[in-house]
Design a protein around this ligand. Sequence first.
Ligand SMILES: [Ca+2]
Ligand SMILES: [Ca+2]
Length: 253
Amino acid sequence: MTIKTVTVDAADASGYSRTDWYQQRVKTLDGVWTNTTEWTDGEPTLMGGNVTFRSVWDMPSAVYTRFVVEFLTDNTNDTGDYWQMCLDKANAGGAVLSTANFRIDVVGHTTLTVYQGGDSGWTELSSAKNDIEWANEISASPDSSTPHWILEISILKSEGTQMLDETWGLRVACFDANNVTAGVQAWPPNSSRDVPDQWGTQTYQYAAYPEVLTITAVVLLSSAAVAFSFYWLRKHPKNASHSTGKPGEIAYT
Ligand SMILES: [Ca+2]
Ligand SMILES: [Ca+2]
């Protein structure tokens, strides 16, 4: 008799997960939406009511995961502002930190530092900085016409530091030093940077974010509706008062 063992994924204890879809739009890491569709290939994840982030993965030669994080209510440049990402390489979770945990801080919009977890807490891992490209700026975006801080960051899944496996734990946080009472904004909500069990799970799909396909389908359907409308009016130039079949009543779901 064979006993099947099941590995319980402790990080799922947070109850939060999200998907890294395969990149469909070229990314320019300049800290802004370089064009209005630059990040529409990523599924938006909301943090509280005023932060949103998206991610996609790409494989031009090596594998990258790229994020845009938007702090919709912060437009002040404070030395105490920070962006923070915690990565649990294999999504093993845990009540305390391990060497499979990594942390990326961008403080004051100027300084990026990478840390590795361990028994004694976080230790700087300077070599990992080479795996990261980033930029942040204050700008309007398709998500809000009010200028706000936007971070674009790309993480190489290198063989060297191996911060990320295919499924990994993730925590994203940011802080506006000009609004201390609001506290740290985090996904998952109220999670601690020091407790991997509280982080979410990030999986990947070797496919486009379905919303991209939906948008394309609506455009095609709209074109079909216009063609149908033209046909209908030509066939029924008068008394075309039917309540069915009018393109405007087609429900795009
Ligand atoms: Ca950009
Ligand atoms: Ca600020």
